[in-house]
Design a protein around this ligand. Structure first.
Ligand code: FAD
Ligand code: NAG
Length: 501
């Protein structure tokens, strides 16, 4: 009986010496699995609020990956809100001012919109149209591109230096559940070959695209219909420095962007079953040499062939996974473990950083003093699911819909692809809207639907009126029904997936 009183209750001990509590007893308010983009951001965001955080990462070595190399302006802004903007410095990052879309050799520049007006998630506009405000906001938003590993290293350093965060190199093997209440109490892990465990009021699982733990909470699997193959080009001469490049032609899209003073990333989308990339045809290398290389801007070709020769080709699946509401007490699934979209538009990190900002706001000590109050946390997670959509549904739907058009493999999609490019050529709102959505600046799903259907109608108009002969026009007019139908088939499944809880 006497033993019970020897130690003060957990809450009190935590407050008194949280660091010691984390280090010696492996107890914290929050245990985070994975010190990637999302894990580091959430650790710092919650640590800033005075929460005691343990961040577990299976390898603290600087990662070398082909993902997460271009951060959109909306992600830079969220990083700033988290107090982590510095992480973009001293990594030889390159400023990004927008995109260059190259369609069969013809270019259109798509700058991030000046006077970008950030619009609130509830649709209310934070700006006013007055010229005074416009003057003060004339700076153009900027993105950044960089080596993923260097950026991650900076983020992890920030977490490690934080008084309220302890980072441990540990591979999480199991979630610990309370047998009675089904509440997640923490995790089991391997630390330097030894079995160990960590406990928190809240466990955040952010173990990335191949999440080991997500299948315990949902039955559907990520859908992947293509892979991005990555090459590193040295001293490539890009047509438009400080811009992301999207190359469209007969094949699926190719992305090119500088990730350092001398290095440029090429990401080549290869859909499953591409004949020119089949084993019989000579594999991916054959596809790169015979299909991709000739489609690239002439000045890029030498560095591209040199990169193929040098080898080091790597791939990653391009996955789609709609978000679900977290319903398990004691657990939050986040980042790629919870929600993914095609990386064509470089939206993943922007989503992750904005989620970290929103999560910290919804779980702030003012709203939710104790994180073991699972009722309040679950209620806040329902709010989180719907509130994040202002931004994420836009990024998710745009990524998937644009990919369908850019990887067009039938006549109707080709018509939409051409319409999309011609739409961009109109400039003004036809550019500012779409790129503002892509940049994570405009947070209104309606703006996306508006531009998507404007593209579809413009595509139809071109399809009918630009046909080679007058005889063809009535036929094309009939065919345009198919084009419109295709546009609906492209976008509606993704809209519906965003309406799920
Ligand atoms: C080809 C490709 C290109 C992309 N390009 C971009 C881009 O340009 N811009 C952009 O914004 N987004 C891009 N993305 C998406 C972006 O990379 C992801 O959205 C982002 O990295 C997700 O962050 P995360 O923290 O959820 O996962 P990750 O950043 O992958 O982090 C997961 C972490 O968990 C760790 N981990 C895993 N399992 C365990 C375990 N059992 N125990 C302990 N630790 C564990 C991993 O080691 C890793 O550090 C791209 C994606 C792909 C596939
Ligand atoms: C860490 O938490 C304490 C409260 O426990 C808080 O006062 C302090 O500001 C936090 N530290 C940082 C660096 O945010």
């Amino acid at each position: 009986m006497a033993e019970v009183h020897e130690q003060p209750p957990v809450q009190l001990r935590l407050r008194h010496n949280a660091e010691k509590q984390r280090r010696l007893y492996h107890e914290a308010d929050v245990v985070i699995v994975g010190a990637g983009i999302l894990g580091c951001a959430v650790a710092v965001a919650l640590g800033n609020q005075g929460r005691s955080v343990i961040l577990l990462e299976k390898s603290l070595k600087q990662p070398d990956r082909i993902v997460g190399e271009l951060l959109q302006p909306g992600g830079v802004a969220a990083l700033e809100k988290l107090g982590l903007r510095e992480c973009l410095e001293e990594i030889d990052a390159v400023a990004v001012f927008g995109y260059d879309v190259i369609y069969y050799g013809e270019e259109v520049r798509i700058p991030y919109p000046a006077n970008a007006q950030e619009v609130g998630q509830d649709g209310t506009s934070e700006k006013s149209q007055s010229d005074e405000v416009r003057e003060t906001r004339r700076t153009r938003p900027e993105g950044r591109s960089f080596h993923h590993g260097r950026f991650i290293k900076r983020l992890r350093d920030k977490a490690q230096a934080h008084h309220n965060v302890t980072v441990v190199e540990a591979t999480v093997t199991e979630l610990v559940r309370c047998a009675d209440t089904n509440t997640i109490l923490g995790v089991e892990a391997t630390v330097q070959g030894e079995h160990d465990s960590f406990f928190g009021d809240l466990t955040v699982v952010a173990d990335g695209y191949a999440s080991k733990f997500r299948k315990q909470f949902r039955t559907d699997l990520p859908v992947s219909k293509s892979k991005f193959w990555g090459l590193e080009l040295i001293d490539a001469q890009l047509p438009m420095p400080n811009h992301g490049h999207v190359v469209l032609g007969d094949g699926a899209p190719v992305l090119l962007y500088q990730i350092g003073t001398h290095e440029t990333r090429a990401l080549i989308d290869i859909p499953e079953g591409t004949p020119t990339a089949s084993l019989a045809a000579g594999g991916v290398k054959n596809h790169l040499l015979t299909v991709v290389l000739p489609s690239l801007p002439p000045n890029v070709r030498p560095s591209f062939s040199a990169a193929i020769e040098k080898g080091g080709l790597r791939s990653m699946p391009n996955s789609f996974l709609p978000a679900t509401t977290n319903k398990t007490p004691g657990l939050i699934l986040l980042g790629d473990a919870m929600n993914m979209r095609h990386p064509l538009t470089g939206g993943g990190m922007t989503v992750a950083f904005n989620d970290a900002v929103l999560l910290a706001e919804l779980l702030s000590p003012a709203v939710c003093p104790a994180l073991d109050d699972t009722t309040t946390v679950l209620k806040q997670m329902r709010t989180f699911h719907w509130r994040r959509k202002g931004l994420t549904s836009v990024i998710n739907i745009l990524a998937q819909a644009l990919y369908s058009l850019f990887a067009a493999d039938d006549a109707q999609l080709k018509a939409l692809q051409m319409g999309c490019f011609q739409y961009f050529k109109l400039g003004g709102q036809a550019v500012d809207g779409p790129v503002g959505l892509l940049a994570g600046i405009i947070r209104r799903p309606f703006v996306l639907f508006y531009h998507f259907f404007a593209v579809a109608l413009y595509a139809i108009w071109i399809y009918v009126t630009w046909s080679s002969s007058v005889v063809m026009m009535p036929l094309r007019a009939v065919g345009s029904v198919g084009v419109f139908w295709k546009a609906c088939v492209v976008i509606f499944p993704y809209i519906f997936s965003e309406l799920q809880s």
